[in-house]
Design a protein around this ligand. Structure first.
Ligand SMILES: NC(=O)c1ccc[n+]([C@@H]2O[C@H](COP(=O)([O-])OP(=O)(O)OC[C@H]3O[C@@H](n4cnc5c(N)ncnc54)[C@H](OP(=O)(O)O)[C@@H]3O)[C@@H](O)[C@H]2O)c1
Length: 276
């Protein structure tokens, strides 16, 4: 990767665009990129929350440029609007982080249908479109990184988390295949897929109505800071997939040898409510 400063980890044009940057993992990632000297484009759907994050980050470095964009990413052509925002300001995005997301939990037939359609729009259509738009730009400069936030749920079917898990499988399979193509074509653009286990200190579990499920009190639950730290390290190392948390990658490579029916049962037990 071309350097602006010395050091293998510095990108030529250090601008990171993060979706879902107003809270949780996205906000922790924004802090890391800010400390590492990147300019930032923060996208989320609430302006006040974005402004709060911007004020915190600006304290790290007064010279850093921070742009905020209030955008509901479930809207039709939301990705096009994000791209237009960066294009009209001549901002070259060197790292694209697709972190915005939410979950729907329960028996499929009882979940609000429109909520699940919005989730699919966000996790599949908007993410895909953002990948395509910025991939082209990155390939034109033969430089760039894309970080797509998937989930540990992406690896197997997940009863009571069926649509969410399936949407995250799309992210995992699409990102890994694209990264393979980029490597084979010897391009200097890479795609990293992030597959966190339950993250205990973000807004996710409340939004999904999962605060009483076993997963969030399990020993495998991690913090948003852990996820952001391991994601950044994995990006620098040029990894394909990261499961944040010490040893979880190794554990996953052992567990994935089990039959799918077993994995599905394990997932289902983790998604059970333990108390209310
Ligand atoms: N927490 C977990 O256990 C966990 C585990 C594995 C993977 N993940 C993934 O990690 C990512 C980040 O989640 P998190 O845990 O950090 O949850 P979070 O704290 O709820 O953060 C998600 C952010 O995305 C934003 N967002 C949601 N829908 C949006 C939309 N339509 N348009 C624009 N922004 C939108 C949210 O804004 P609002 O606050 O306005 O909704 C929020 O700021 C998600 O993709 C999630 O699927 C989470």
């Amino acid at each position: 990767m071309t350097n602006r400063k010395s050091g293998p980890e510095t990108l030529f044009c250090k601008t990171t665009l993060i979706t879902g940057a107003a809270g949780g993992i996205g906000k922790e990632l924004a802090k890391i990129f800010a400390r590492e000297g990147y300019d930032l484009i923060l996208v989320d759907r609430t302006r006040e929350e974005l402004e709060q994050v911007r004020d915190i980050l600006q304290g790290f470095n007064l010279n850093m440029r921070i742009f905020i964009l209030e955008q509901d990413l479930t809207e039709h052509d939301a990705a096009g609007k994000v791209y237009e925002f960066t294009r009209t300001r001549s901002l070259q995005v060197s790292v694209l982080v697709n972190c915005a997301g939410f979950g729907t939990y329960g028996f499929v037939n009882e979940i609000d249908n429109s909520k699940e359609l919005e989730m699919l729009q966000l996790h599949v259509m908007t993410l895909y479109r953002l990948n395509r738009l910025y991939l082209k730009e990155m390939l034109d400069h033969d430089d760039g990184r894309i970080i797509n936030v998937s989930s540990i749920s992406a690896f197997q079917p997940n009863p009571y988390f069926a649509t969410y898990g399936a949407s995250k499988s799309f992210i995992l399979q699409f990102s890994r295949a694209l990264n393979y193509e980029l490597k084979e074509k010897k391009k200097n653009v890479r795609v990293l897929t992030v597959c966190p286990t339950a993250v205990k200190d973000t807004g996710f579990k409340l939004t999904a109505g999962m605060e009483y499920t076993r997963a969030f009190s399990s020993w495998m639950a991690v913090s948003a800071k852990d996820v952001a730290r391991d994601t950044y390290k994995a990006m620098l190392a040029g990894k394909d997939v990261v499961i944040p948390g010490r040893g979880f990658g190794l554990l996953r490579s052992l567990v994935c040898r089990l039959p799918t029916s077993w994995l599905m049962r394990i997932s289902c037990s983790q998604l059970k409510e333990v108390h209310r």
